[in-house]
Design a binder for this molecule. Structure first.
Ligand code: AMP
Length: 258
């Protein structure tokens, strides 16, 4: 049975009172509206640890657009069923007040990678993301924490933060899970209308093609996408092609190894 903890204190008490014993702990932080992408992280955590903790917290400080935060899908009851079925041990559901007792006076600032790619188009996003991940990793106090390569820039920033601040938790990358037509699964995909969802397939298709980033950009613009960027970057795992596009108010990101 999954145990749902509605406050940080309840989780900290479990740890403090030794109820988890000396069992290894895997942690999967999420914003909910769970899909197979999230569940693949859960499965990896379960395979590599004796206990798995998942958190669901829609973090306001990483949203640069109020309407994006308002529209963000919230499916908590369905999420609980999925996590129960997946065999998760603990679900943490903190609220804003307990996550930000400082009213967001303390923030994590990174001055290099966070300004690139999505950082250029979403001011404050990575600062909010890194801050909440720092808090969550500190609270979870896990051996391993799992992050999706779908958000590769996020994964890299979290990994570098963990190194910079000597976290004991290992940051583990997990491959991108795609829909049957190649679109990377994302909670925001449910916000696409039927025509947009059909068109969205063209994004990963072009990203994986042999064309140059400039050619891909032109092709996607011709199809009706607003393109924030398509670009190749050297990373810790070789050269990857990164892209961010918009269809109406929905922003999609993806990356592939090339
Ligand atoms: P989110 O709920 O969007 O904040 O995502 C929580 C975690 O799930 C992050 O580490 C994401 O990178 C990961 N994730 C989201 N979508 C996918 C996907 N399609 N494949 C793999 N991981 C994903």
């Amino acid at each position: 049975m999954i145990e749902t903890l509605r406050s940080i204190e309840l989780w900290q008490n479990l740890k403090r009172n030794g109820i988890l014993g000396r069992k290894s702990l895997g942690f999967v932080p999420t914003m909910g509206a769970l899909h197979e992408g999230h569940l693949s992280l859960v499965r990896k955590s379960k395979a590599e640890n004796e206990l798995t903790l998942v958190s669901i917290f829609v973090n306001p400080t990483q949203f640069d657009q109020v309407q994006d935060l308002d529209k963000y899908p919230r499916t908590i009851e369905q999420d609980q069923v999925l996590l129960e079925k997946a065999g998760v041990d603990y679900l943490l559901l903190p609220d804003y007040k307990s996550m930000y007792p400082d009213e967001y006076l303390f923030k994590v600032e990174e001055k290099n990678l966070s300004r690139d790619l999505c950082g250029e188009f979403r001011p404050g996003h990575f600062q909010g993301m890194l801050t909440v991940v720092l808090k969550l990793l500190q609270i979870a106090d896990a051996d391993n924490a799992y992050f999706g390569e779908k958000d590769y820039q996020q994964y890299l920033l979290v990994k570098k933060m963990a190194q910079a601040f000597f976290f004991k938790t290992q940051i583990v990358p997990c491959p991108t899970i795609r829909d049957h037509d190649g679109l990377a699964l994302s909670s925001r995909n449910t916000l696409l209308d039927k025509a947009q969802r059909k068109l969205a397939t063209q994004f990963p298709l072009h990203l994986q093609s042999k064309s140059t980033p400039a050619e891909i950009t032109s092709a996607l613009v011709r199809l009706g996408f607003v393109v924030d960027y398509i670009t190749d970057k050297e990373t810790d795992s070789g050269v990857r092609r990164f892209g961010a596009v918009r269809l109406g108010v929905v922003r999609l990101i993806d990356n592939v190894k090339i």
